[in-house]
Design a binder for this molecule. Structure first.
Ligand SMILES: C[S@@+](CC[C@H](N)C(=O)[O-])C[C@H]1O[C@@H](n2cnc3c(N)ncnc32)[C@H](O)[C@@H]1O
Length: 277
């Protein structure tokens, strides 16, 4: 698992030697399959071996703990690591990134592996997942630039500084996602939602709700063009203005619902304070 370019335990520039791990090894997962090898090398560069270690965690402990379906194992690199990693093309150097609904770390951990310049916060409400995320961050030596926060996006919004970029994959439809994610971005910051073929349809259906929530016009950005086929489809929404919940421009249906969701989260059960990992 050690990159032959670096010494034992050295995973490349910017990566501290990870601590001892109880995670099992599966060396077949540590290298990308031939058909995705060029793209993986381009995305992860000198941190390819670290990406391999993460693939291994997903394919072993991630599967055992029910965070990744066993049928995903053969396509971990293609569908998860590289498909998420190409998003880094449209994230500026040194950006703060909040990944909402990180699950097993997708795309948040992938971005932190590919881009040590990013400051990444993983927001995830389920304890089983945050335990895995914390262990993965430690094993991969990412403690310096990744923080795990347990909570729902609408619960943690008051305790996190506005991010340059908020990412999400497979978390919710665009209107709901915008209601959860835009409040986590600074004004001028962006939501990057990794979507599939539904992207254009979702934009058509939810453009008005996004606008009520302070978002600009949603646009589709293709990432990994010339590297992967098909390229990853990302919906990009710039946060144009702060919306006070319940006071959206047009009567504020979407903004009101988002505000209500935040209020409910606060009242719910004393889980309002996010738990930092
Ligand atoms: C289908 S999983 C996707 C996980 C990961 N993003 C991926 O692509 O594999 C959706 C995740 O969103 C989380 N989630 C659901 N509602 C959320 C909310 N309001 N705030 C933050 N996370 C949420 C769930 O706990 C779950 O881990």
């Amino acid at each position: 698992m050690t990159n032959p370019r670096y010494g034992a335990g050295d995973l490349g520039p910017g990566v501290e030697s990870p601590g001892p791990s109880s995670f099992p090894l599966d060396s077949e997962l540590t290298s990308p399959p031939a058909e995705i090898a060029v793209a993986a090398a381009e995305v992860f560069k000198e941190r390819l071996s670290l990406a391999g270690r993460y693939a291994e965690l997903l394919g072993t402990e991630g599967v055992v703990r029910g965070l990744i379906g066993p049928r995903e194992t053969p396509r971990l690199w293609e569908r998860h690591l590289v498909n998420c990693g190409v998003m880094s093309e449209i994230i500026p150097f040194g950006a703060s990134v909040v990944d909402v609904g990180s699950g097993a770390g997708l795309p948040g951990i992938v971005l932190a592996v590919a881009r040590p310049d990013l400051v990444v916060t993983l927001v995830e409400p389920l304890a089983r997942r945050t335990v895995f995320l914390e262990e993965a961050v430690s094993v991969l030596g990412l403690d310096g630039n990744v923080t795990v926060v347990r909570g729902r996006a609408e619960e943690v919004v008051d305790s996190l500084p506005g991010a340059d970029v908020v990412t999400a994959r497979a978390v919710a439809a665009l209107d709901k996602l915008a209601g959860w994610c835009l409040p986590l971005a600074r004004t001028g910051g962006r939501l990057l939602a990794l979507k599939g073929a539904s992207a254009a349809e979702e934009i058509a259906a939810h453009g008005r709700a996004v606008s009520e929530l302070g978002g600009g016009e949603a646009v589709v950005r293709l990432c990994g063009v010339g590297l992967i086929e098909p390229p990853a489809t990302v919906v990009e929404i710039v946060k144009e203005r702060e919306v006070v919940p319940g006071r959206g421009r047009s009567g504020g249906g979407a903004a009101r619902r988002a505000g209500e969701a935040r209020g409910e989260a606060r009242r719910a059960d004393g889980r309002r304070r996010p738990r930092r990992g």
